[in-house]
Write a protein that binds this ligand. Structure first.
Ligand SMILES: NC(=O)c1ccc[n+]([C@@H]2O[C@H](COP(=O)([O-])OP(=O)(O)OC[C@H]3O[C@@H](n4cnc5c(N)ncnc54)[C@H](OP(=O)(O)O)[C@@H]3O)[C@@H](O)[C@H]2O)c1
Length: 256
């Protein structure tokens, strides 16, 4: 696919690039700081568009001018707690969603879109609660989810990657993408975390909290495995089983 990648200078985006290339996608980089791009990164990009990720019209134009079929957003950083400023992360999310939706309508085929989100918006076993209702970390992901779930797949073929902490295996992005890191190291599941145990849930009042506290770290993942999973999924285009879903993962090595 031809992919518009936002956030290519960041921790996640810089590792998405080699993974996307390994899966034979063509990449248009959308950046606000082109001076941060190394010669190696530039040589791996099909084109470079300079702009802010809050500028929906510019993102839409980039999608249409470069004939992109997919968008991956790794731009912006979610605030950790409700006491931190949300910064421009909600504006970036809304701008990317609007741009991809409008571009899809104009080209009469929905854009496949992966957006980085957080673990907190996965379903807690006590539905309709989400994990963020118990531990209010990275709260801005919830309004972002509420915004995007109103979009039908005919308009925008979205997936939200619901990351817990992502730990890079390699200090710097690897070209070519490292062979020892792949989606095969993960169990992937839509809407709720794979292999979640409900063992504390029956304890009155505090059970739901204990349940999250005791297990959350088991869902830390290797960043290079995650980017391979997203790049591999994009090969399925609009036929991906994760269209319209929140996506959680667990490292196979963490299964007992
Ligand atoms: N890393 C993790 O462990 C982790 C875990 C869970 C979720 N996530 C999510 O993954 C996403 C990326 O995280 P990260 O760790 O890669 O963050 P990061 O290293 O701080 O990178 C952020 C990227 O966003 C770009 N950016 C910020 N504002 C922008 C704007 N207005 N216009 C254009 N680009 C803009 C930055 O560009 P500049 O270089 O120009 O500043 C940079 O490329 C975030 O949504 C984060 O919440 C990350």
């Amino acid at each position: 696919m031809k992919v518009l990648l936002l956030g290519v200078t960041g921790n996640v985006g810089s590792r998405l690039l080699p993974a996307l290339i390994a899966h034979k996608h063509q990449i248009v980089g959308y950046v606000r700081s082109p001076n941060k791009l190394s010669a190696q990164v530039k040589s791996n990009l099909d084109s470079i568009v300079v702009g802010s990720a809050t500028d929906s019209a510019a993102i839409k134009a980039a999608i249409l001018i470069h004939n992109c079929d997919a968008v991956v957003n790794a731009a912006g950083v979610a605030a950790k707690t409700p006491f931190h400023s949300a910064g421009d992360f909600p504006a970036i999310f809304a701008a990317v969603v609007k741009a991809a939706t409008e571009a899809g309508r104009e080209r009469k085929a929905p854009i496949r879109c992966w957006l980085m989100s957080g673990f907190g918006i996965l379903d807690h076993p006590k539905k309709p609660h989400l994990f963020v209702d118990y531990i209010p970390l990275f709260p801005t992901h919830k309004p972002n989810y509420q915004l995007i779930k109103s979009y039908a797949a005919d308009d925008l073929a979205w997936s939200l990657f619901c990351a817990n902490e992502l730990i890079p295996k390699y200090d710097t992005p690897q070209y070519p993408a490292p062979a020892d890191c792949s989606a095969n190291n993960l169990v992937v599941q839509a809407d709720s975390p794979p292999a979640w145990s409900n063992k504390f849930c029956k304890i009155p009042l505090i059970g739901g909290y204990l349940n999250v506290m005791a297990q959350a770290q088991e869902y830390f993942a290797v960043l290079e495995n995650i980017v391979d999973m997203i790049a591999a999924d994009l090969e399925k285009g609009l036929n991906s089983e994760y269209v319209g879903k929140r996506v959680g993962v667990k490292e196979k090595s963490k299964f007992q």
